[in-house]
Design a binder for this molecule. Structure first.
Ligand code: AMP
Ligand code: MG
Length: 316
């Protein structure tokens, strides 16, 4: 998943804790293997995972996949429909265009983008949960689960920790955080929301308990050309960078949902994003625009403490 995964568990039985940690890390490895488009190191030498198989069989035949892969795809498709395609896991050809994942990073010509865009359409994905198969009907189509895989892995890792009897844990996987239970002193976990324009600084502190907070940003993966930042979150309606926000954080009980939504809201932008997420029960969001204006959903205000750093201004 191209990121550092840090898992902290607090428990009295050290051996039990170590075992739980190992199981949780194994979950991340398993989901990484299933979903990775460009395996490196250990993953490259093992048998190909589901996404590699699905993409390799585009236009040819349905591929038998694991239950996890079907679940990830179904949840993604659910939100793809809800967001009118702002979230679209068939974004693969466009990501390749911009050189995210593999290859050289450069600004593609408009013709390249429109050619790739003709292959991007979540409605074409044929997922059959009964048979456990997935099919991309056109050659050249490819799935990119980069906007959801971490969150799903997180939920499964949390499940593993709970099954192993863990009551207090904090997982952090590159912008994706899950607070299991409370801190050992009974207080909620406190998690910083990063300043999108100042590495290491914090815009706000979030109190979290049994929920996920997932952040998407234009600084997580990008390249610069002629002074312009080209980042990795693409508006599927244009094939180009979504530019109405620079950072989104979504809080929800499900890390899968929060991960999908952080990416989706980034694409929707502040206006459409806020009206969409305000209607989703159990879901909060903090959206930061290029003008340093911060929008917060009403239900989340009580869980947030703004630091006042960086000149951010809260609206609404
Ligand atoms: P995240 O960091 O969770 O916002 O995910 C960003 C990643 O999701 C990118 O690196 C791509 O792999 C993928 N992605 C980019 N744009 C989209 C989109 N509009 N819908 C779904 N996935 C996307
Ligand atoms: Mg995401």
């Amino acid at each position: 998943m191209n990121t550092l995964v840090r898992i902290q568990v607090i428990c009295e039985d050290e051996e039990k804790g170590r075992k739980a940690l190992k199981q949780a890390f194994d979950v991340f490895r398993k989901i990484d293997h299933l979903t990775n488009r460009f395996p490196e190191g250990e993953l490259a030498t093992s048998s190909p995972g589901d996404v590699l198989n699905i993409n390799g069989s585009a236009g040819l035949k349905p591929v038998k996949v694991s239950v996890d892969t079907v679940r990830i795809i179904q949840r993604s498709q659910y939100y793809a429909r809800l967001t009118g395609g702002a979230f679209d896991i068939t974004i693969g050809p466009i990501m390749d265009n911009w050189g995210f994942g593999k290859g050289i990073q450069y600004v593609p010509a408009d013709e390249e983008i429109s050619r790739a865009l003709s292959l991007v359409d979540y409605r074409k994905v044929e997922a059959d949960p009964g048979k456990g198969t997935v099919f991309l009907p056109e050659p050249g189509m490819s799935l990119d689960l980069g906007g959801v895989a971490k969150g799903y892995a997180m939920d499964e890792a949390v499940k593993a920790l709970r099954e192993a009897g863990m009551k207090h844990a904090l997982i952090n996987a590159g912008g994706c955080v899950y607070a299991l239970g409370t801190r050992p002193d009974g207080e909620p976990w406190r998690v910083g929301i990063q300043d999108p324009r100042s590495n290491g600084d914090i815009v706000a502190i979030l109190s979290l308990k049994d929920s996920a907070a997932v952040t998407s940003g234009d600084y997580q993966r990008y390249f610069e050309q002629e002074g312009v930042r080209y980042h990795h979150i693409i508006d599927p309606s244009t094939g180009k960078q979504a530019r109405d926000l620079i950072q989104t954080t979504v809080v929800a009980e499900s890390a899968t949902d929060a991960d999908i939504l952080s990416t989706a809201l980034f694409v929707l932008g502040p206006r459409r994003g806020m009206s969409f997420v305000e209607d989703l029960p159990g879901t909060g969001a903090v959206l930061i625009g290029p003008d340093k204006l911060v929008s917060v959903t009403a239900g989340l205000i009580d869980q947030l403490t703004f630091t006042g750093n960086g000149g951010y201004q809260i609206v609404g």
